[in-house]
Design a binder for this molecule. Structure first.
Ligand SMILES: Cc1cc2nc3c(=O)[nH]c(=O)nc-3n(C[C@H](O)[C@H](O)[C@H](O)COP(=O)(O)OP(=O)(O)OC[C@H]3O[C@@H](n4cnc5c(N)ncnc54)[C@H](O)[C@@H]3O)c2cc1C
Length: 129
């Protein structure tokens, strides 16, 4: 007996390459589709999320039933600077950034970014006040 709080999740992380998993709607399929984590969707998504499974279901239903609707775009949070700054703030438990070194350096730096887009973004994320 191996007591665990949650199921193992190793299968999701096995190496894979194009062709290992079937397309959601394989070429020529008219009345069946593959849903979930082990089907391949072209939506630039990554597995291990509920969203992935939901997208595959949408893709299958829309394609097989000829419904003219797009599957919602993947939110590219990795490239969204606001999301990254908000994550950095959470990692610091909301603590502001402290610029190390003499106060004159900090003042100079703050002066440079004050009233700029960078200053605004840092303020918005709570990293600077
Ligand atoms: C430990 C862990 C943590 C996770 N954390 C997150 C998270 O934080 N956020 C997130 O978005 N996602 C997370 N996931 C992923 C998410 O849980 C799954 O991607 C999602 O539940 C998959 O949903 P699904 O409906 O495609 O498949 P499943 O939920 O796996 O449903 C498939 C169902 O089919 C049934 N089934 C299988 N074979 C048969 C059969 N022959 N006949 C009848 N029924 C059958 C199974 O019993 C199961 O109920 C996590 C997964 C794991 C394992």
């Amino acid at each position: 007996c191996v007591p665990v709080m949650m199921p193992y999740v190793t299968a999701f992380f096995m190496p894979r390459q194009a062709g290992d998993r079937p397309d959601v709607v394989p070429a020529g399929a008219v009345n069946f589709a593959f849903l979930g984590q082990f089907a391949e969707t072209p939506s630039r998504d990554t597995i291990f999320t509920i969203e992935y499974s939901v997208r595959t279901a949408m893709e299958a239903a829309y394609q097989l039933l000829g419904i003219d609707r797009g599957v919602p775009e993947v939110f590219n949070s990795t490239y969204d600077v606001r999301t990254l700054l908000a994550a950095a703030s959470l990692l610091r438990d909301g603590k502001e950034i402290e610029v190390p070194g003499p106060a004159v350096v900090r003042d100079l730096l703050m002066k440079q970014i004050k009233n700029t887009e960078i200053g605004e973004l840092l303020k918005e994320s709570g990293l600077l006040t």
